[in-house]
Every structure is written in C-alpha cells, then in structure tokens.
Design a protein around this ligand. Structure first.
Ligand code: NAD
Ligand code: UDP
Length: 316
C-alpha cells in the first residue's frame, strides 16, 4: 500500500509513519513544518519507502501515482499554539480537510480524519461516547480548534454522503509519548520538561480537571486499524484511565525524582472539566484497546526528554 500522511512530521504523524513503514508499506508525508520538524522523521528519510514533501494543506494537494489511504493529521494541536493563530487554525481545519478529502476521492483512497475529543467540548456526559453531540462554545477561546474539528467531521460526512468518499473519523483523546515537543505547551510534555529542568510545574486552576492519557504506540495502532477498516466512525481512540491534572503533576515529580515546586496559574477559558473516552466502539469494530500502562509510557517520555535536553537536540 501507499499511504499519505498529512502532518506526518509531527508527533503522532511521525509515529504513524514508523508503524506503516514497519508494516512494509510506502509513506508520503506532506507537512508544512509549522509545528512538526525534520528531526521527527530524519531516521526515515534514507528509507526507500519513505518520502517527505514540505507543503501546506491549505492549498490543493497534488500527488502523482496511486494512493491507498490518506491519514489527515495536519493541524495545530496544542492550545497555546492554536490560540496564538486562530484564523490559520480554522483555515487548516476547513480548507485543509477539503484538500485531503479531495485527494482521497480523486485517488480512490480511504481518508482517515484525525478528529479530537475536543468535539465534545466541556462534556455534558461522562465518559464520552460517540453519540454525544458535544457542548462547545462557538465563540470561545478554544473555538478555532474545537469548531474547526467539528466542521472537519461535517465536511467529511457530507463528502461521504454526496460523493461516496470512503472515510473514517477518529476522535483522538489526549495522547503522549516521545517527540511531543517539550515546549509545545501540552500538559505531559510541559510537566516533564519543567520537572527535569527543576522549574515549577504549572498547574492551571486547582488541577481538579481530568484527562485520560493514551500512549502514542497504542494510538497510532488504532489509526492504522481504522485506516484498514471500512467503518465511517466516529470512533473514540484513547485510554480510559482518568487522572486529575494535579495528580499528574505529583506523579511526574515523583517519577523524575524532581524537587520542583507545584505552582498554580489561571485556568484558560473553556478548559474542559473532565475527559474520558468510552471505547466500546473501538473494541467492537477495530478490535482495539490500549495496552501500554502509564508508568511504562511515562518512562519513555522522560527518557526521551532527558536525551534530547542533554544533547540540546531539541527540534526547532
Ligand atoms: P503536532 O503539532 O505534533 O503535529 C501536527 C503536524 O501538522 C505538524 O507536523 C505540523 O507542522 C503539521 N501542520 C500544521 N498545519 C499544517 C498545514 N497547514 N499544512 C501542512 N502541515 C501542517 O500535533 P499532534 O499531536 O501530532 O497532532 C496530530 C493530529 O492529531 C492533529 O490533527 C491533532 O488535532 C490531532 N489530535 C492530537 C491529539 C494529541 O493528544 N496529540 C489529540 C486529539 C487530536
Ligand atoms: N495544563 C496545566 N498546565 C500546563 C499545561 C496544561 O495545568 O502547563 C492543563 C490544561 O489546563 C488542561 C490539561 O492540563 O486542563 C490538559 O492540557 P493539554 O493542553 O495537554 O490538553 P487539552 O487541554 O487539549 O486536553
């Protein structure tokens, strides 16, 4: 098979590329390097089955030759990044989704859309099931991302119904692992960096808000299974083990042996109070469930950050 991964130089996309190459298939990565980096894929560049092209999904995508699956991951994903460039975020998640879907349609390929648990907003039901419609503020601080991803789901659904697009929507819950940029502002990468640097761990609000953290190898296996199924989704992909942000700060301090203090900063607007996926659908239609425990996954992140920080090899 030949797979296109938009956003394949980012955190999730580069791990997905590793998996697909390991399975013996070809990968073409299309990425603007907006938040991704060559460092994430440099080990793949010499591989004959791997190609990288720098391009922006906000413009039409031209790919010669056959394509079997388009994994559409190109989008900013970290709240501090997307709230700094809201219009770009909305355009990437509207025009970009259209161009990825168009590429899939014109190539007769399947499209897998990287949607998000953010479509549930500040959830009214717990845990979150795919039938929930979500509780999203359309003019809030995070709306460029949340509404962008909701629009993406709507556009793909319309193209499936009107044009027969073969598509699958993955609703991805918080995922962590090596290659998540230590400065990208997300909670696990940030806490680990702060703990290793001896800086205060910045808990937003009182830290009682919860998230459920999935290790990256589990997550990309779920995307791959969805790519190889014919299910339209949406399918929740995430680890149902739920933790408060404050507990995670204490846990990361303990795992790293850090004596960093924990400090509290204001909670960003519309920060969801709870997040936990119900994954019955993923189990049923994909035979998928996460297998990597928190301690095992966290030790990988800590080891990776130690290595890049020690070597000052941080991706730009
Ligand atoms: P990331 O920032 O590491 O990767 C995103 C990639 O998209 C980067 O390589 C970036 O350069 C590229 N990109 C952004 N805008 C682009 C554009 N206009 N044209 C081409 N490339 C562009 O983030 P990630 O965590 O790997 O997220 C990947 C996808 O998964 C995103 O769509 C995100 O919304 C989704 N997602 C991630 C998580 C998570 O916890 N990591 C959770 C839910 C959804
Ligand atoms: N958070 C925090 N300190 C940080 C970064 C994030 O307390 O330095 C909180 C954030 O307010 C949210 C949770 O951790 O409640 C997860 O944040 P992240 O940006 O990783 O993901 P998302 O909000 O998109 O779920």
């Amino acid at each position: 098979m030949r797979c296109v991964i938009t956003g394949g130089a980012g955190f999730l996309g580069s791990h997905l590329a590793d998996l697909i190459i390991q399975q013996g298939h070809e990968v073409l990565v299309l990425d603007s390097l907006h938040t991704g980096s060559r460092a994430n894929i440099c080990h793949l560049l010499p591989h004959p089955a791997f190609t990288f092209r720098e391009c922006d999904v906000r413009y039409p995508l031209q790919v010669d030759g056959p394509v079997d699956i388009v994994f559409h991951l190109a989008s900013p994903a970290s709240p501090p990044v997307f709230t700094a460039q809201r219009v770009d975020c909305l355009l990437t998640n509207s025009l970009g989704v259209y161009h990825a879907a168009r590429l899939a349609l014109d190539s007769g390929a399947r499209l897998v859309q990287a949607s998000t648990s953010e479509v549930y907003g500040d959830p009214l039901h717990h845990p979150q099931v795919e039938g929930d419609w979500g509780n999203v503020n359309p003019i809030g601080e995070r709306s460029c991302y949340d509404e962008g991803k909701r629009y993406g789901e709507a556009l793909i659904t319309a193209m499936r119904l009107e044009h027969g697009l073969n598509s699958g929507i993955a609703r991805i819950f918080n995922t962590y692992g090596p290659r998540m940029h230590p400065h990208d502002g997300r909670v696990i990468s940030g806490f680990v960096r702060q703990a290793l640097a001896g800086e205060p761990l910045t808990v937003f609000g009182n830290g009682s808000q919860t998230r459920s953290f999935c290790y990256v190898s589990d997550l990309v296996r779920g995307l791959w299974l969805l790519g190889n199924s014919d299910h339209p989704g949406p399918v929740n992909l995430g680890n149902p083990l739920e933790h408060s942000v404050l507990d995670m700060a204490h846990y990361i301090r303990r795992l790293t042996g850090s004596s960093s203090p924990i400090v509290h900063e204001p909670l960003p607007g519309d920060d969801p109070a709870r997040r936990r996926p119900q994954i019955a659908r993923a189990k049923e239609v994909l035979g998928w469930e996460p297998v990597v425990g928190l301690e095992e996954g966290m030790s990988q992140v800590i080891a990776w950050q130690r290595q890049v920080l020690a070597a000052s090899k941080l991706p730009a």
